[in-house]
Write a protein that binds this ligand. Structure first.
Ligand code: ZN
Ligand code: ZN
Length: 141
């Protein structure tokens, strides 16, 4: 496992465990839960206790390095790197798999807001459906 991040976040003290958590988040294609990170660290031979992972996530969130991902219909708290480039995720309604969406349907959308001075700073979109695996098993014939 590579541990070199392009830029270590400023104002964050570097420890081996924090580095492991950030690297796992950086390499993930979808947001991860604390349990995912626990399993990922163990798989990489860098076991970190779950309570330490929670502590690291809380600290990183406070520092603005990590952010809770907005995933529609997910009961788990999921984390991703705060890349300042927002991301959307599609969720499979059957297996709850989270799939990253590469574009933003709102990019060229100008909302017609009654209050003209309203400054839009973000948006939330719920994208759900059937993933490839679940779509096939949906009894099409
Ligand atoms: Zn599915
Ligand atoms: Zn968007």
């Amino acid at each position: 496992m590579k541990t070199k991040m392009r830029d270590w976040p400023a104002g964050v003290k570097k420890t081996r465990q924090r580095q492991t958590v950030l690297t796992l988040l950086e390499q993930a294609e979808a947001p991860l839960s604390a349990a995912d990170l626990f399993a990922g660290a163990a798989a990489a031979g860098r076991e970190i206790s779950l309570s330490t992972i929670y502590r690291i996530l809380e600290y990183m969130e406070k520092k603005g390095v990590v952010t809770k991902a907005e995933v529609a219909g997910s009961e788990r708290v999921l984390y991703e790197l705060n890349s300042f480039r927002h991301k959307h995720y599609a969720v499979c309604v059957i297996c709850r798999r989270i799939i990253s969406v590469d574009n933003c349907p709102m990019e060229n959308f100008i909302p017609n807001i009654a209050e003209t001075d309203f400054r839009v700073t973000g948006h939330n979109i719920e994208i759900y459906g059937y993933c490839r695996d679940c779509d096939g098993s949906r009894g099409r014939g």
